[in-house]
Design a protein around this ligand. Sequence first.
Ligand code: TXA
Ligand code: MG
Length: 592
Amino acid sequence: MINSKQLINMINLAKECNLCAMSFFRQLDNTQVIFKKDESPLTKADIEVNKIAINGLKKNFPNISIVSEELESSHNFLENDKPFWLVDPIDGTKEFINKNPNFTVNFALIKNNLPVFGLIAQPFTDTIWYSFGGKAWKIEKDYKIEKSEQIQCSKINYNKISTFSSSSHRSKELEDWITLVKPQKDINIGSSIKFCHLAEGKADLYPRTSPTMEWDIAAGHSILKAAGGNVYCDAGLEMRYGKVNFKNTNFLAFGKTPYLPPKFLLFLNKHDVDKYENDLVQAKNELVKQNLVAFPTETVYGLGAIGSSKKAIRSIYAAKRRPSNNPLIAHTFSKKEAEKYIEFTEIANVLANNFWPGPLTIVGQTKKNKISNILSQGKSTLAIRVPSHPLAMDLIKRVNVPILAPSANLSGGVSPTKAEHVKKDFGPHFKGKGWKLSKILDYETSYVGIESTVVDCRGEKPIILRHGYITKEMISEILETEVLDPNDDELISPGLLKSHYSPKADVFLDQKISMENAGWLTFGNTPKSLQKNKNLFNLSPSKNLFQACCLLYSGLRYLDSKGVKNIQVMPIPNIGIGVAINDRLQRASCKL
Ligand code: TXA
Ligand code: MG
């Protein structure tokens, strides 16, 4: 975060950038436009504003790295586990060249991969929008902080939606999305100004299905969030920064709403509306018939059974060959639903409010009612999560009973991140004694790539039973308390056996020298000595931990399919989400 003095410095810096941009804008002619490698235009204004922005940030924040659109060397920046600035000196260069006033200057400070401060300046109107102290602000025609006015999103009225679907980026996906959402009003403006207008309540939704870079949206994200809205990626999770090559996935920016219709997210990607409807109807029917259905979640694919049937639950254990003492996670579509089944302690409330829907599982005391008793299989504790994946959400809603779902793999093996992994584990017959997998919903690769973080929330302090995408640091920051690790000798989470997630090959960690008949999971540049090895899977050439997490299970499965005897893994930093990656690899390497 930044303090008030630093905020004043940022506003002064924005003013300097605005003046510089306007001096070029007034005297602009076509001779000043050049084209970059990606054919996007660049003007002298971009270059000069960039210089001012970078010098200003270096002076005010000497220890924080800067990634700027117009500083190519910064695009190789790899330490995304530390705070960094994302800068777009002029967003909307096309507007700038066309003498359209909607171009902006953008600054965002990223910490733990989320924007903690954002500032957008519009030079033409002398306006600045920024986030500070958990609120969003606007200053017009003046650069005096005391003249800032608070701004807020308006609450989305789903019968009267207004959107920004800028006309220069109308993809087929966007056309389909508009057909589905049927906005009453569609406003066409360029650049990051759209976020500011959302934050002021002038529109409800900004869907984006064509490419954007992180510096285009991070400042807007921060301001919008502080105004009561947010930006979600297509997997239903808040957009994170420091991704591979700073590229964004499709996203939806939105105003205030307690609930976002899952379809609004799912249809940011190309899907057939009729097929989707059919898939959901069939999946629901099979679940109600007490058969199993595999479905995507944002973490891994799940093997679902209806939570009201003991028979269906037993069939999960038969299909997976899972030890009967290992309880299952119940998936609900809202916190309110989850509250029917477990006691919410203070910390459970805070964690659910901050991380649901999403890859966090809360273990709580089971409430005394019939469904809770079935879900928990008579145990005094029950694990629950609200998945963010829009299809999972829609399916649970339709069934209207929690769905119990472990990862859709054979017990002890590698979890599935694609439908084809599920088919491999349970095919070719998809049934056996006491179980039938009747439907596999095939919808994209899981976004996160490893299972949810499991937290025991029964006490005053949270205990992390399984590491995941929601890290220990994130939990402790939100709760402002210490986060405990489980006691080794009391096995609170029976699934947390030392050996788990194991491929057929033996796995060796922190490897440097090649063994015979070994496949390699590499991270970063492939060492020269390995370049000829055919059985090699690079988790992330650019050393990006999100990418490594997403590809981890595919990598293990790929090397297994090559029939190697050993899998050697290069060292992976044990920071941020790397802790969860190393945890899974540790268990994969352990043969008991
Ligand atoms: O991301 C996920 O959590 C995925 C997707 C499908 O939602 N599900 C998943 O389920 O990974 P499973 O069954 O593979 O792992 C559940 C973990 C196990 O380690 C289990 O022991 C633990 O959660 N668990 C379940 N119920 C528990 C309880 N009552 N107390 C403590 N741990 C529990
Ligand atoms: Mg599992």
